[in-house]
Structures are given as structure tokens and as C-alpha cells.
Design a protein around this ligand. Structure first.
Ligand code: DLL
Length: 431
């Protein structure tokens, strides 16, 4: 399935974006107190949005804005027009609530269908959807998209891994949608029950909702004999279906006809050049129920507007999520991203991609302990070999981070598994 809008030249795309932006800005301004104040603070009204650049006058919105307006303060339409509500749990504060009108659900279905198609899925595929159904947007978002695409959807949701594996074999699922960490867990469970995941019919994974690395991709593709594609999204903007890798696996195509991207230097608030890292800021161009103007995602990416060498789409591409401005740990004054540690671990033979980073403070000194699972074969080896593996991991992490960490090798299957997003960092510091 080819969606022409993904191949628009820059000028017609910008014209479409501006036309949609003006409508959504009017709606937000007329109905949401927060935006009325934001426009007033910038000294403009939606009528002053003559170009896309004029948007830059507005301050960012973020999760805190949603919390302050809990539960329905950001809604731009009457409740009678709201068809579906989602909320993200979040670790602190109140949940963040987002809503969809009937038209929003159509847009969501469309961008998710486009994402699945971009990964190579068609109406002949059987999509086993192991993202959680419920208030999390992963399950229902992928569900709507698969239906829109005309594929067969198997709504297994997350969990009950043995049953997932059973159904996968019996139904002949060809596309698996879940978090990358869950695919690894499923493969382990499969092997533990005498099933070779490489022999299943699954050919494509559409994986996201949490950070992962190229190393994990190799691991997953090898374990399943499938292609693993990265999908990005966030509840505030629509859920899954904001950006998606194509068969070239060279960045995620961002559906810029519905979501207007900026990449911002978090320190200066100014846009960075293409190819440079910054925080992704997104403006929803068609969402009616909870429109977001300049939403600060806190996700760090770089962006390119070059035509994709693999598929010819012109839609801008974002890199893997390189970290978050707020999961960045500051350890003894050094900025540390968990993804840097994962990058080292996936390069080292003998370790499994199951790890946890424990941050603690002794007196004034921050410490990191990296707990990492060692594979069965290594674990049954001599203690001396294990010790040298631990020392090597420690050295390599130190080279990348510039600070020393303690490494603790643990037995296979001892780090808690997650059916959804893996919890990688346990920060016990009272900061
Ligand atoms: O995780 C939506 C989603 C569902 C995306 C299924 C992809 C697949 P939230 O729970 O609101 O929504 O979490 C959004 O998750 O700001 C990122 O920090 C992170 N995230 C999402 N996709 C990726 C990805 C869903 N592919 C937050 N790589 C975002 C890295 C991701 N991080």
C-alpha cells in the first residue's frame, strides 16, 4: 500500500502543514485556557500564524502542563465529541490524560496503518499484537492500524507468554508487535519449551515504546529470523504511529503531515541543524480532542530531511531515541544515558540483553552498579572466566562513560522480566 502524502515535496507538505496547523491552533485557542494564555504571553493570536516558523513564538507544553490540567483541562472539544480516553501511568504525580474524537481515531488508524505498511506489512499478514491493551496506547493503536490496513489482528495483549507462543504457532502469525525486550523474553520462553523461534512464521517485528539499540536489533533478528523495525510514538501526540522505520532501517519516517517536528537544543531553546542531536518537539496538526502545540517530548533525536535512499519517501526521518533529557543520569557530574551502557553490553559476547542499572549514593558519592545476566554457557564456566568477563565489561563501560562502575554478573533469568516496558534504572538516591 502506497500513501502518496509520504512522498510530497517540501513546499506542498509545508502548505498542508500550515493549513492544518491554523485550524488546530484556532480550536485550541478557542477552547483551552492554557493555549489562550500561551498565545497571549507570545503576543499573538492564531491568525498571526502566517508561516510554520511563527509557531516558534509559543512556549513549549510538556507533561507538567497536562498534570496541572488534570483530568480534562486540555480538552478542546465537548465531552460529547470525545470517543476514547487514554492515560499514562507515569511514576510521579497524576496520570496524563489524552482524548480522541471520532476523527482523531481515524487519523490514528491511518498513521498506524501507514506505519505497519512502512515496515512491509500488508493485508495478507496476521498481526499478533502483544502490546498491552487498556489505558496504554500501544495495544489499541496498533489494533486500529492493523484493521485499517486490512490485516488480520490477533489481540493477544501483553502477558501469558506460553499462550502467546501457542497461538503464534497455531495461527501462523506473521507480524509481531510488542516491546523489543518482550520479544527477547518470548524467544527465551519459546526455547525453554522446546520451540525454536526461528522456525515460527513471524517475519516482521514492529517494536517500540522503549529505548533499544542496534545490538538488540541484531539479537532479536537472529533469535527470530525476522526483520525488526523500530516504531515511535507517545500518548500525548497520538500513541504509536508517529514515526516508523522502513525496510532500509535507516531512521524512522515521521508522519509530518499530521505531526510537525522541531529538534531543539534543550539549553538554548533554539532549533538545531539537521543531523544534530536535540529534543524532539512535536505539534499535532490534526488532533481535535487534545491538540498539542510545541509539545516537548524530552526524547533526544537527530533528524534528516533527505529523501530516504531505501524507499524514496520524503517524510523527515528521526534517529533512534538516543536518550531523554530527563532519564539522563548525572553521576559524579557526568551525564550518563542508560542507552550508552546497553550499547556496551550488546557488544560483549557472553552477556544477555537483560540488565539493570542501580544508582546509589554513599555520603556524597554517586555509584552505579550494572547488573547483567550472563548466558548459561558462561555461567557454568570457571569463576576465573566470569571474573575476567566482569572486569572487561567494567573497563569498556568506563571507556564510554568516563567514570567507573561496579559490575555484577548474575545468573540467567534473575533480572525481573517485563511484558511491557523494561525497567532499566533503579535510582535509590534521594536527590
Ligand atoms: O509508548 C506509545 C507507543 C506504543 C510507541 C507502542 C511505540 C509502540 P507512552 O507510553 O506515552 O507511549 O510513552 C512514550 O516512550 O516519549 C519515548 O521516550 C518512549 N518511546 C516510544 N517509542 C520508542 C522507541 C508509547 N521506538 C515514550 N524507542 C516516548 C525509544 C520510545 N523510546
Amino acid at each position: 500500500m502506497r500513501y502518496e502524502v509520504e512522498y510530497l515535496d517540501p513546499e506542498p507538505l509545508a502548505a498542508l502543514q500550515l493549513q492544518r496547523l491554523r485550524r488546530i491552533a484556532e480550536l485550541a485557542y478557542a477552547n483551552v485556557e492554557h493555549y489562550r494564555r500561551a498565545f497571549a504571553a507570545a503576543g499573538i493570536t492564531p491568525a498571526d500564524l502566517k508561516t510554520l516558523d511563527d509557531l516558534k513564538a509559543l512556549a513549549f507544553t510538556d507533561k507538567e502542563t497536562l498534570r496541572q490540567n488534570y483530568p480534562f483541562g486540555m480538552f478542546a472539544v465537548p465531552m460529547a465529541d470525545v470517543q476514547e480516553i487514554h492515560a499514562s501511568s507515569g511514576t510521579t504525580g497524576k496520570p496524563t490524560v489524552v482524548a480522541y474524537t471520532r476523527a482523531d481515531l481515524k487519523v490514528w488508524s491511518e498513521v498506524m496503518a501507514r506505519s505497519l505498511a512502512c515496515a512491509g506489512a500488508t493485508d495478507r499478514d496476521i498481526v499478533q499484537n502483544s502490546y498491552g491493551y487498556g489505558l496504554f496506547t500501544g495495544g489499541l493503536g496498533v489494533h486500529y492500524g492493523a484493521i485499517e490496513l486490512g490485516a488480520t489482528i490477533v489481540p493477544t495483549s501483553a502477558g501469558n507468554t506460553r499462550r502467546q507462543l501457542q497461538l503464534m504457532q497455531d495461527f501462523g502469525s506473521t507480524v509481531l508487535t510488542c516491546t523489543p525486550s518482550y520479544t527477547i523474553y518470548m524467544a527465551e520462553e519459546a526455547r525453554a519449551h522446546g520451540i525454536d523461534p526461528r522456525r515460527t512464521t513471524v517475519r516482521i517485528g514492529v517494536l517500540g515504546a522503549e529505548p533499544w539499540s542496534e545490538g538488540m536489533r541484531r539479537e532479536i533478528e537472529n533469535a527470530w529470523d525476522m526483520k525488526a523495525y523500530n516504531i515511535y510514538g507517545l500518548s500525548e501526540i497520538i500513541g504509536p504511529g508517529v514515526a516508523q522505520e522502513c525496510v532500509g532501517q535507516c531512521g524512522m519516517h515521521l508522519w509530518a503531515d499530521h505531526f510537525y517536528p522541531e529538534v531543539i537544543d534543550p539549553h538554548t531553546g533554539k532549533e538545531v541543524a539537521d543531523g544534530e542531536d536535540g529534543m524532539l518537539v512535536l505539534t499535532t496538526l490534526s488532533k481535535e480532542a487534545t491538540p498539542f502545540l510545541r509539545y516537548a517530548t524530552k526524547d533526544i533525536v537527530s533528524m534528516t530531511r533527505q529523501v530516504c535512499p531505501a524507499c524514496g519517501r520524503t517524510s523527515p526521518r528521526i534517529s533512534r531515541i538516543k536518550g531523554r533529557t530527563d532519564d539522563m543520569l548525572i553521576i559524579r557530574g557526568v551525564n550518563v544515558f542508560p542507552s550508552q551502557i546497553e550499547g556496551v553490553l550488546t557488544q560483549i559476547e557472553g552477556t544477555e540483553p537483560h540488565y539493570q542499572i542501580i544508582v546509589s549514593r554513599e555520603g556524597a558519592l554517586d555509584n552505579i552498579e550494572v547488573q547483567v545476566e550472563v548466558n548459561e554457557r558462561f555461567f557454568s564456566d570457571e569463576v576465573r572466566l566470569l571474573e575476567s568477563l566482569g572486569a572487561r565489561i567494567g573497563r569498556e563501560i568506563e571507556t564510554v562513560l568516563g567514570i567507573g562502575v561496579a559490575v555484577k554478573l548474575v545468573e540467567p533469568k534473575t533480572i525481573a522480566r517485563s511484558e511491557g516496558k523494561a525497567q532499566r534504572v533503579i535510582d535509590t538516591r534521594k536527590l
